[in-house]
Design a protein around this ligand. Sequence first.
Ligand code: KIV
Length: 292
Amino acid sequence: MKKAVSTHTLQKYKQSGRKIVALTAYDYSTAKMLDQAGVDVILVGDSLAMVALGHKTTHAVTVEEMLHHTRAVTRGVESSLVVADLPFMSYQVDLTQAITNAGRFIKEAEAQAVKLEGATELNLEIVTRLVGMGIPVMGHLGFTPQSIHGLGGTRVQGKKAEEAVKLMHDAMALQDAGAFSVVLEMVPAFVAKLISERLTVPTIGIGAGNNCDGQILVTDDLLGKYTDFQPRFVRRYAEWAQEAHEAVTNYANDVMSQNFPNEAESFSLVKSEEEELLELLQASTLPTWPSN
Ligand code: KIV
């Protein structure tokens, strides 16, 4: 069994130049597959609102739903570091709300860390307090989906030099507050490179070029399972939806043609029991089937 990945492992990987492999999971069997494939970090992302629950944005998913999925994921994982996303409006109100909700992911769902979006004054305070309590926190900057309306849509962030400098300040502030890692989403590669070089904690990129300390994708995008849209930064490694469609069509055809199930997929009676059963039926008051 692979040694369990911790936040310290990720720190070592950054120092040695070993890239960090991260993916999302929302259920037991996917989490188990990622864990067995050696993925370092499994994020129970609030992207599950869109990918698994069919919402148009990440806003609708609740703490209870995130907990439900995080529990399923942690049941399937032995080695990967499981990070749970704090969903929209579960930490933005005040410190008490943030601490209470973050604590639930560790206590009730056995996640090892939580993630939050942005570097507001309150967020930095939340990070400091959670880290002080022994709860590791991952930051998330650049395009932060929970702020999609405020950002005017899904847009690359930090394209202007001044915006890029602000991003760097935010990344530094998260690190100084105690974040063990920072996700950079939809940030120009050059900006992500500069941030990654300046931070001592690892950056995990998604649409942020290949100079981050690690990469994350939504697993359903990578597998071609979620097909509503495909962001430019996604590389598909499988065509799951297509293959699954073919498989289901073949199953339907086999059912209709009585090609499924076959003998090996069925349970049989020993001949003597079969004969006795027919005799018992003859002698019983049960109607004699088949009627035609
Ligand atoms: O919710 C999510 O899946 C994420 C990753 C894409 C970084 O935040």
